[in-house]
Design a protein around this ligand. Structure first.
Ligand SMILES: [Zn+2]
Length: 324
């Protein structure tokens, strides 16, 4: 598939795994190299929930651009390949409806979240030499920021896909949807890129929702193994967006470090009490522990806050043997 064309595969009906089910496009291609989940696809034919008005959606950044979002300081870092494999596995697990989209970029208003200086800097990356990029990286406190020749385009696409998902849900085409994108965004702050995160995708989406759709209350649930410092900072004094994060903390030694992910970090001013952190003290927590947190903290809080929409920062790096 060309990266600059719009291609979609949509499956509807009882047998969503059928290659011909409700397809909108004749352009098909393999979705995954994940052997385990491919076997699951074959044996367990998926059915759409009959109680749902609309199907759930998965929107996938199917672009070569995400593959070249690398660490400019250390080009030998190969962790991103593992991330790609994990994304491919998630693809096959989740689908009831799949939309593969490729677009040339995004022109969304990101000044709702990021400073103009930051936006101009990220946009200018493609025209800068590797040495110039290294100088930029070293300006930031966390020095291992990932960007490469096409990273600004890749980050822009990630924003675009998250916005597209948001629009499909709000137009009523889908009950819920997932954007599987690289690079992620929850560490990015208004004027700072951190690690893989150049733009804060979920905060940009939330800002658009608040501005365009007059939504009054948004809940953001972040289950990435790392604390979403950038997302938390964006709503630190805001009582209209509740930020809930479960993450590894290790007394402030686990990335992003410091006390921002502490249970004492609860917001300030009007936002006091609208940031909730559940910090794991080490890395040995598992499914049962997450379920306890969901049942005894997340769900009661969600019911009480009663948001108009829930956004999830679903980083999948908490799994065993998954580094990032
Ligand atoms: Zn993470």
């Amino acid at each position: 598939m060309q990266d600059d064309v719009y291609t979609s595969r949509v499956t509807r009906g009882e047998d969503a795994s059928s290659p011909d089910a409700g397809k909108e496009s004749s352009a098909h291609e393999p979705l995954s190299n994940c052997e385990d989940t491919r076997a699951f696809d074959k044996d367990e034919k998926r059915k759409l929930p009959t109680t749902s008005r609309h199907p759930h959606g998965v929107i996938i950044s199917h672009s070569k651009l995400r593959k070249i979002h690398r660490n400019v300081v250390d080009s030998n870092v190969a962790l991103f390949q593992q991330s790609l494999r994990r994304i491919e596995c998630v693809n096959t697990i989740a689908l009831t409806l799949i939309i593969l989209v490729s677009s040339r970029g995004c022109d969304h208003d990101m000044q709702l979240v990021h400073s103009l200086d930051h936006l101009n800097l990220i946009k200018s990356l493609s025209s800068k030499s590797v040495e110039e990029k290294k100088v930029i990286v070293k300006k930031w406190a966390k020095k291992s920021v990932y960007f490469y020749e096409e990273s600004s385009d890749s980050a822009c696409l990630a924003v675009d896909y998250v916005i597209k998902v948001k629009e499909k849900v709000f137009k009523g085409e889908l009950d819920s949807a997932v954007a599987i994108v690289q690079p992620p965004g929850h560490h990015a702050e208004a004027d700072k890129a951190i690690i893989f995160c150049l733009y804060n995708n979920i905060v940009i989406a939330a800002s658009h929702i608040k501005k365009e759709l007059k939504v009054s209350k948004i809940m953001i649930v972040d289950w990435d193994i790392h604390h979403g410092n950038g997302t938390q900072k964006s709503y630190w004094k805001d009582n209209t967006v509740l930020y809930f994060s479960v993450h590894r903390y290790d007394s402030g030694k686990f990335f992003p470090g410091g006390d921002v992910g502490s249970h004492n970090s609860i917001g300030e001013g009007e936002g006091k009490g609208f940031t909730i952190n559940v910090p794991w003290p080490h890395g040995l927590y598992g499914d049962a522990d997450y379920l306890v947190v969901w049942e005894h903290i997340l769900l009661p809080v969600a019911h009480k806050f009663n948001s108009d929409i829930i956004l999830i920062s679903g980083g999948f790096d908490a799994g065993k043997n998954l580094i990032f």
